[in-house]
Design a protein around this ligand. Structure first.
Ligand code: AHR
Length: 503
């Protein structure tokens, strides 16, 4: 029997909805085909954007979307993607398969997508091959309401009112595809570029993000923060010049040369993959510890704007398109990471799984006019109950499970929040691919008046296909007993449960 304790009287922090954010890059079939099919397509669309995809993402409560990259961001010149489509410049997408990018999806189309989704916007600027002026003008184009060259150009292109840019990142992976810089050099560029990201609307301040580290590059975090904090001097409003610092970490079962298959894996690989995904917690803690020294009040968010599973591409697909299937193993990866982000909600203010449609750990896959929701989709929809909630103190006793010492994992992962109506939301994941566990939840004296529960689970490699789209779905879970403030149930192997309790 495993005891799950929930202290409803101990509130630990606010869960920013953006913790459940997403990322869409001009990569493979993410933007083109996956999201944007053009107005003349026979696939039902609104302004060229697929209706089925928008409907599914709204149902999942997508809170924020990052665009246009990724590595693509540092070779993207936004002016190529505005104005009449027939005269937009064509370019080579050098990072992703060397395909021709016709720029038919640009700023107006992205902002329209965000409007249709009702989500916040996260724009990633170009430092690697762009200029300060180019970046500054993009922000003016998108957000300035008065008379100016860029605002007038926007109007000439059919958009009278400015849009809201919620987050703006100054480059992407500037230690790698974004320019191969050392942190000292990027710190100077960051301070320079961000100076010209103007806030034209004081009610809707753009949150500026600096490129942070990849996994365990603590030197990057330390150096960047040192450089950004050392000269704020008489201008305390320039708090490190940033609202967020990004972190990238991907889960690979093996390594970059041989990542492993998305669907064909054994029990050993199941635990290896989950163990590697759980390393995220070490990175969050250690980068946060550095941030705490500069920013003890957590004014700057750790923005994990690329995370998720990265496998070998599906057989017969373009290696540059990063198309992979998605199984119950991915559902577990999503659940354990989202539980982890909840637990670190005071520092982790945004996270964007890579990527939205048809790329890496996608929530949606498409094939022509068909669309399927992946196991990861069902976890995001399930966890949307935590958005804007208050994290409650909770814990579960666990045992270490696995087949190899190096890759042992705890058998259970949980987090608990309270929503604005006072309902309690428990999300619990069972990391064992063979064993179910009896769990006794204890709300420590709070009587449970009513409850409901759901489960996403199945065989470890279960997945949805275009022929069988409903193998994995969120289902009602009714094998639960409640007695006063106690909840008793048995969590099936390789599954994730959500319990909503009214107290
Ligand atoms: O998500 C795929 C790629 O991974 C992104 O373009 C890049 O930022 C990262 O290396």
């Amino acid at each position: 029997m495993y005891d799950l304790f929930i202290n409803t009287g101990k509130e630990l922090g606010h869960i920013n909805p953006e913790i459940q954010g997403h990322f869409s890059e001009h990569l493979g079939r993410c933007i083109y085909e996956g999201i944007y099919v053009g107005e003349d397509s026979t696939i039902p669309n609104t302004n060229g954007i697929r209706n089925d995809v928008v409907e599914a993402l709204k149902e999942m409560k997508i809170p924020v979307l990052r665009w246009p990259g990724g590595c693509f961001a540092d070779e993207y010149h936004w002016k190529d993607g505005i104005g009449p489509k027939e005269s937009r410049k064509k370019m080579i997408n050098t990072n992703w398969g060397g395909v021709t990018e016709d720029n038919s999806f640009g700023t107006h189309e992205f902002m329209n997508l965000a409007e249709q989704l009702g989500c916040k916007t996260y724009i990633n600027g170009n430092v690697g091959s762009g200029t300060v002026r180019e970046m500054s003008e993009w922000v003016e184009y998108m957000t300035f309401d008065g008379v100016s060259p860029m605002a007038d150009l926007r109007r000439a292109n059919g958009r009278e009112k400015p849009w809201t840019v919620d987050y703006f990142a100054v480059g992407n992976e500037t230690w790698g595809c974004g320019g191969n810089m050392v942190p000292e050099y990027y710190a100077n560029l960051y301070k320079q570029y961000q100076t010209f990201i103007k806030n034209y609307n004081s009610d809707k301040k753009i949150k500026k993000l600096a490129v942070g580290p990849s996994d365990k590059d603590y030197n990057w975090t330390e150096t960047l923060l040192h450089e950004c904090f050392r000269q704020q001097g008489t201008f305390p409003q320039n708090f490190g010049y940033m609202d967020g610092l990004t972190l990238h970490y991907y889960t690979l079962p093996y390594d970059w040369d041989h990542k492993g298959s998305a669907t064909k894996f054994n029990e050993k690989e199941w635990y290896m993959t989950l163990a590697k995904s759980l390393v995220m917690e070490e990175y969050i803690k250690k980068h946060s510890a550095i941030m705490d020294r500069y920013d003890p009040d957590c004014r700057i968010g750790l923005m994990i704007d690329e995370w998720g599973a990265w496998y070998d591409v599906e057989e017969g697909t373009n290696p540059g398109f990063l198309y992979q299937q998605n199984t119950i193993r991915d559902a577990l990866i999503a659940a354990i990471n989202l539980n982890m982000f909840n637990k670190h909600c005071n520092r982790v203010k945004m996270a964007n799984i890579a990527q939205l449609v048809n790329v890496l750990q996608a929530v949606i896959l498409t094939e022509g006019d068909k669309m399927i929701k992946t196991p990861t989709y069902h976890i995001f929809k399930m966890f949307s109950c935590h958005q804007d909630g208050t994290l409650l103190e909770s814990s579960v006793n666990t045992t270490r499970i696995g087949l190899e010492d190096e890759y042992m994992v705890p058998n259970l992962s949980e987090s608990v929040s309270k929503d604005s109506e006072g309902k309690i939301h428990i999300t619990l994941a069972n990391l064992s691919c063979t064993d179910a566990y009896e769990v006794a939840g204890n709300l420590m004296g709070e009587e449970i008046k009513s409850f409901k529960a759901s489960v996403v689970g199945g065989k470890m490699d279960a997945h949805n296909t275009f022929d069988e789209p409903s193998v994995v779905e969120e289902k009602v879970f009714d094998d639960i007993k409640v007695d006063g403030s106690k909840i008793m149930f048995k969590i099936p192997a390789s599954s994730v449960i959500h319990i909503e309790a009214v107290i």
